[in-house]
Every structure is written in structure tokens, then in C-alpha cells.
Design a protein around this ligand. Structure first.
Ligand SMILES: Nc1ncnc2c1ncn2[C@@H]1O[C@H](COP(=O)(O)OP(=O)(O)O)[C@@H](O)[C@H]1O
Ligand SMILES: [Mg+2]
Length: 413
């Protein structure tokens, strides 16, 4: 048997806590997977930022990328590795670039997903450009914002078409505020979206490959307490709908990790934000859920690396649209979308891989999340976000959450 080393690159920006845990767990796990004539092991390294030759020799089998959505040198470098080396990237950089929030709303509406009424409004102001004036003079229709507001109905949300991190999001209760917010929106291209109001439950469903976790979210809580630890807040059937929706979205857009935000109104979940292709992974927001996310990334990236899973470089939407055309109730269609999703995600083979090769992971994780190294990862993240006088207190706060995870969920069988 030949020893084959698969290289996993971590493409990082501000992330602190999860990569430390990820690297340490993978190292301790010391994976050896027999594959055909080879014995596969993995090596993890952090990718550097440097000038890049288009014929760069270094190869990565898998890239876990957390930078592409805003840092262009990395985006192009990552794309280079896909076109040249067939590298598998979580997430596909083209699909982040091409599928902004607006596209995702429109595409999921076509599938019948109950996205609230959403309009794209040409922006108030533009960067000067030679052809701009003539283009607008010739083709831009004057529109009456008040009439659009009345068609959508109040309250509504105005938010950037490519948004993230709640930047530029405002709730609008009447026409006067709508006009004022539009004036203030300047060069930002905005959506108007009917508010799901009132809603009685806000859930975020995180997906990593075929793995999902639904968490009740409290948007009114301080940042570190928004992901709640409540259990039993929805029925099994509701959970199935959210999981199926999330897997449908993620595979439709070719995202390996993402989170889908949905609000429940009159017993129906309306997804309002599901283009989060670099989902929050910090211990300071995820607390008790943090180990789950680290382990989900470990499992999925090891599966991809060890089995040589191929990344779907181009998206094939037709199978979903074929289902959308059928004369079936939405829920039946959703089940069929989700079946496509699970096939694309190799859900069964992934489960077999975990059972067969990652049997040691629960014990390794349980041990690791009790070490000083893990606590230091938490401290470093807390120190980066909190004022100096709160670092000790919040390190202990998040550490206690991880210890609760070890007790309740992370105990090896
Ligand atoms: N249609 C909506 N109905 C109710 N609340 C909304 C709606 N759209 C946005 N919000 C609220 O605003 C927050 C930010 O909007 P979101 O679309 O998630 O933007 P971002 O991409 O910046 O996270 C949401 O978490 C939610 O609390
Ligand atoms: Mg959001």
C-alpha cells in the first residue's frame, strides 16, 4: 500500500477559534483511510496570501474557504486552484459570486419556497460612469415608490441586495419612512421585502454537507446570546421542512456550508435570508453549538479529502425546475428537491464513511474540548471581540457552554 497524503488548506481571515479546534482535532484523529491501493492520510495547513503564478505547483485537495466573499486576491487564487487542479472548495467561489441574495430569493420563489414578497429597486445614486446618464435617460422608468410600498404592504424591510451582517437593514412602517430610507440608501442597491410580522419563531438552520442543525434564534438578544439552547421548539415535521429547505438551497447553489434563516407565521416557515455562504462559525456567537459546527466541518472535509469527492463546478438547476413544474402540492415538491439534494451530497456514502472511519472522532473531540488548548482558542476569540476587562468573564462563560456540550451531547458512546 502506498501512503497518500491529501492536503486540506484553510483559507482564513478573521476566524480565530474554529481553525485552532479543527486543526487540533484532525491532528489527534490521525486519520488513515484505505482507498484502493493506498492508505490516505490528511495534512492541514493555513493558506498564505502571496503573489500567485498561474502555473503554481502547489496543490490542495480541499480548500475550506472563509475569505472569498470579500477578499478578491483570494477569490481569484481559489478559482485558479479549481480550474487548474480540480481542488474541491467549500464553498464554490463562482456560486458565491454569482448568487447574491437577490438571485437566491428569485430562484427559491420559482421553486415555490414561501419567500415573502420581495422587490429590487434601482438605486438612488450611482458612481459616475461615462455611459450612465445616457443609459438612465433612455431607459430608466420613473417609478412611484409610494405605490410600490402600497403593493408590498407595511411593515417591510429595506436591505442591500447582496447583504450580510445586518448592515444597511431597516424596518419600515409607513410611506414616509420608506421615502426617507430610500433617500438615505445612496448608492446601495436595495430590496424591499414584506416583513414577516408578527412571527412566533425564528430558526437558523446550519448546513454542512448533508449535516444540519436547527437553532432557535433570538434576534433581540445581545450578540453572544442570539443562538439559544432551547430544545423542542418545533415539531419533527417542521424540522423536516426546514432541513429539506436548507439542503435544497445549499445544493441548488452549490454551497457546502450555509445557514438558512426562517421565520414562522401561522404555522408556515418563511425563509428571509439564506445566502449566508460564509456562515458565522465563532464560539462567541455559537457557544454550545460551536463544537457541533467544528465537528461537522471536520467530518465533511475529511470525507471529501479522503474519498476524492469531486466538486460540482457548474450548477445544474434543471432537475429542480423539472420538479417545480409538476402539478404537486409544495410539500411534495420540497421532498423531491431534498431527495435530489441528498443524492448530490452523497448523504448515504457520507454516513457510511463516518461510521467506518470516524469512529474515534467523538472520543477525540470530547477529550480535546476539555483541554487548555481548546480553552485558549476560546480565550483568543473572546480577547479579539470583548473589552479587556470582560475577557476573563466571557472566556469562562463560553468555556462553560462547551463543557455543557461535552456533558450533554459530546459524550462518546
Ligand atoms: N422579511 C423580514 N421579516 C421580518 N424580519 C426580517 C425580514 N428581513 C429581515 N428581517 C430582520 O432583519 C435581520 C437582518 O436581515 P437579513 O435579511 O437577515 O440580513 P443580513 O443578510 O444582513 O443578515 C433579520 O435577521 C431579521 O431579524
Ligand atoms: Mg441574516
Amino acid at each position: 500500500m502506498a501512503n497518500v497524503v491529501k492536503r486540506i488548506g484553510l483559507s482564513l481571515g478573521a476566524d480565530i477559534c474554529w481553525p485552532i479546534c479543527y486543526e487540533e482535532i484532525v491532528r489527534r484523529l490521525d486519520l488513515k483511510v484505505p482507498s484502493k491501493k493506498d492508505l490516505v492520510s490528511v495534512e492541514v495547513e493555513r493558506v498564505r496570501i502571496a503573489p500567485a503564478d498561474i502555473r503554481e505547483q502547489k496543490r490542495y485537495d480541499v480548500l475550506l474557504d472563509r475569505l472569498t466573499h470579500w477578499y478578491m486576491p483570494r477569490r481569484e487564487w481559489v478559482k485558479q486552484h479549481v480550474v487548474v487542479n480540480d481542488t474541491y472548495v467549500l464553498n464554490n467561489p463562482w456560486s458565491i459570486q454569482a448568487n447574491e441574495k437577490h438571485t437566491t430569493y428569485a430562484a427559491m420563489a420559482r421553486l415555490g419556497v414561501p419567500v415573502p414578497t420581495t422587490w429590487l429597486i434601482p438605486q438612488k445614486e450611482y458612481e459616475p460612469k461615462d455611459d450612465l446618464n445616457v443609459t438612465l435617460r433612455r431607459y430608466a422608468d420613473l417609478f412611484d415608490l409610494g405605490r410600490i410600498g402600497a403593493r408590498i404592504g407595511y411593515p417591510m424591510f429595506m436591505k442591500p441586495y447582496d447583504g450580510g451582517a445586518w448592515v444597511g437593514v431597516s424596518k419600515i412602517d409607513d410611506e414616509r419612512t420608506l421615502r426617507q430610507k430610500y433617500e438615505e440608501s445612496g448608492k446601495r442597491l436595495m430590496h424591499l421585502q414584506k416583513a414577516v410580522s408578527p412571527f412566533d419563531l425564528f430558526v437558523r438552520c446550519i448546513g454542512v454537507g448533508p449535516q444540519t442543525r436547527c437553532i432557535k434564534y433570538d434576534a433581540s438578544a445581545p450578540l453572544h446570546a442570539r443562538y439559544t439552547t432551547e430544545k423542542g421548539f418545533m415539531t419533527k415535521e417542521e424540522e423536516r421542512v426546514l432541513v429539506d429547505t436548507t439542503l435544497t438551497i445549499n445544493t441548488f447553489f452549490g454551497w457546502d456550508f450555509n445557514s438558512c434563516e426562517a421565520l414562522r407565521q401561522d404555522g408556515v416557515f418563511l425563509p428571509i435570508d439564506f445566502a449566508n455562504a460564509c456562515p458565522d462559525s465563532q464560539v462567541t456567537s455559537l457557544h454550545e453549538h460551536f463544537p457541533w459546527l467544528v465537528l461537522a466541518k471536520v467530518r465533511w472535509s475529511l470525507f471529501v479529502a479522503a474519498t476524492g469527492r469531486k466538486m460540482r463546478k457548474t450548477l445544474d438547476w434543471d432537475p429542480y425546475f423539472e420538479i417545480a413544474k409538476k402539478d404537486l402540492p409544495y410539500d411534495e415538491k420540497l421532498k423531491q428537491y431534498a431527495a435530489v439534494a441528498r443524492t448530490r451530497l452523497d448523504a448515504e456514502r457520507f454516513q457510511e464513511f463516518c461510521d467506518k472511519h470516524l469512529g474515534a472522532l467523538p472520543a477525540v473531540a470530547h477529550e480535546f474540548f476539555g483541554t487548555e488548548r481548546a480553552k485558549d482558542a476560546v480565550r483568543q476569540k473572546v480577547a479579539a471581540l470583548f473589552p479587556a476587562h470582560e475577557v476573563d468573564e466571557f472566556t469562562e462563560h463560553f468555556w462553560a457552554a462547551i463543557q455543557r456540550w461535552r456533558q450533554e451531547e459530546g459524550k462518546p458512546a
